[in-house]
Design a protein around this ligand. Structure first.
Ligand code: NDP
Length: 451
């Protein structure tokens, strides 16, 4: 049987675009369909615009710090429309680069929604049917609103980048990556930020000591964080959005942003109808080679709800090409993935938390929290955390957790050592880089706890 293409990719995000390009480089005939903008969540309404907003938001503290260091500067006002205009232009530039890369790789682009008709056929929203030997679903996910009365008056991370004006006050609901990152961003940009999290501490799943320090730092910077609190009910009023909280309090905010999780984009795709197995949340179930129950259909990235991170989707895409187009079956290694949460303060992490490691014990915990030089001089109280979790038997560093400015940059490098299986003694043998914050990672002598 002959097909129109060797590979048809559905979704032009980081994972889909990479898989399409690398497959085409093997000589395969490849097409890719995207219904919205090329670049996907990461480039268009996720990591990239978020990080640029983080950068923008940190300047508010810099005026004060600059004065403490002897500069004669006065606080300036933040011009949201000016920033947004630049942001839009930057995203357009990046989208253009994605298109250019695909064109340059001879991947045919369809600016249309694609759904699955059968194991080898997709139907485009233009009505056209296209056949392919392999279909790769890389449709990502989308933010979901909780089932709360009036939740429709809230926005999500999809809308936050396109606000006409910056709200004076905002309630952010959720305690995960997105909620906690945006609490810091909006606070830094000058909004009055309230954050509700239903659990007992934000960033569930991260190391407890690190979560505690992040929450403390966010509060010190001005975020009004309410734990054990959720929205009960919302109404649209002339003055803004009225919110009744589960603790009985009431308040009016200019905006309410829900960051209460994301759902895989599988609705109406025709997946279950052709035999692709879906999980409880609608995620595509795949094996270690990203293959679904239908042998010709594969899926990568957030739509599979394995680890929702851009670099993981890219790796899954590359492993798919290696397996299917290079005859070299390659499972994706999901173990020891370093990551960063761009909260203020920032959190970088790899490996086991103290709580997880203690369950498999015995462990030694090396941890130090201190006021870094730059903040001390500027008269700030912000503290940083450098923490290593060490297996008492093998001496291997099982986890590394950093709360500090640029923790994301630091954990990328510490992550190499941890991934290589470095021991505490390997860290100790490495000469400190002085004066830095990260030197503490190689100078901690005695464990603060054992478990
Ligand atoms: P998360 O799953 O991280 O967080 C969702 C939050 O919403 C949790 O705090 C959860 O509470 C809460 N929640 C869920 N349902 C409700 C509800 N009905 N009412 C109130 N609160 C609720 O999702 P995010 O949307 O923040 O992020 C999605 C994924 O995107 C992340 O898992 C991450 O992998 C990725 N991401 C990565 C970033 C990075 O690498 N820096 C940045 C942004 C996103 P509870 O804890 O109680 O379940």
């Amino acid at each position: 049987m002959t097909f129109d293409y060797d590979l048809f990719v559905i979704g032009g995000g980081s994972g889909g675009v990479r898989a399409g390009r690398v497959a085409a480089a093997t000589g395969a005939k490849v097409a890719l369909a995207e219904e919205f903008r090329m670049g996907g969540t990461c480039v268009i309404r996720g990591c990239v615009p978020k990080k640029l907003m983080v950068f923008a938001s940190t300047y508010s503290e810099m005026f004060e710090d600059a004065r403490a260091y002897g500069w004669d500067v006065t606080d300036g006002a933040f011009d949201w429309p000016r920033f947004r205009g630049k942001l839009d232009a930057e995203l357009e530039r990046l989208e253009g680069i994605y298109r250019k890369l695909l064109n340059g790789s001879d991947v045919t682009i369809y600016d249309a929604r694609a759904t699955i008709k059968d194991a080898h056929t997709v139907t485009l929203s233009t009505g056209e049917d296209i056949t392919a030997k392999h279909i790769l679903v890389a449709t990502g996910g989308r933010p979901v609103l909780p089932h709360i009365e009036g939740a429709e008056y809230g926005i999500t991370s999809n809308e936050v980048f396109n606000l006409e004006q910056l709200p004076k006050s905002i309630l952010i609901v959720g305690g995960g990556y997105i909620a906690s990152e945006f609490a810091g961003i909006m606070n830094g940009l000058g909004c009055k930020v309230t954050q509700f999290y239903r659990g007992e501490q934000i960033l569930r799943g991260f190391d407890n000591e690190a979560r505690g320090l992040v929450a403390e730092g966010m509060r010190a910077k001005g975020v009004d964080l309410h734990l054990g609190t959720n929205v009960l009910k919302m109404e649209k009023r002339d003055e803004g959005i009225w919110v009744q909280a589960t603790n009985g309090s009431e308040a009016i905010y200019d905006q309410v942003m829900f960051a209460t999780g994301r759902a895989p984009n599988t609705e109406g795709m025709g997946l279950a109808e052709v035999g692709v197995e879906l999980g409880r949340r609608g995620e595509i179930i795949v094996d270690q080679y990203s293959q679904t129950k239908v042998p010709s259909i594969f899926a990568i990235g957030d739509v599979t709800d394995r680890v929702q991170l851009t670099p993981v989707a890219i790796r899954e895409g590359m492993a798919f090409v290696e397996t299917v187009f290079k005859g070299n079956p390659t499972p994706v290694d999901h173990d020891l993935i370093p990551s960063a949460v761009f909260t203020q303060p920032e959190l970088g992490t790899i490996g086991l938390t103290e709580e997880e490691a203690a369950e498999n014990g015995p462990i030694e915990v090396y941890s130090t929290s201190f006021k870094p030089m730059n903040h001390g001089f500027a008269g700030r109280d912000d503290r940083v955390l450098m923490k290593l979790i060490v297996c008492a038997e093998t001496r291997k560093v099982l986890g590394c957790h950093i709360v500090a400015d640029h923790a994301g940059e630091m954990i990328q490098l510490a992550g190499i050592a941890v991934k290589m299986g470095a021991t505490k003694e390997d860290f100790d043998r490495t000469v400190a880089v002085h004066p830095t914050m990260a030197e503490e990672l190689v100078t901690m002598k005695e464990p603060v706890r054992t478990a």
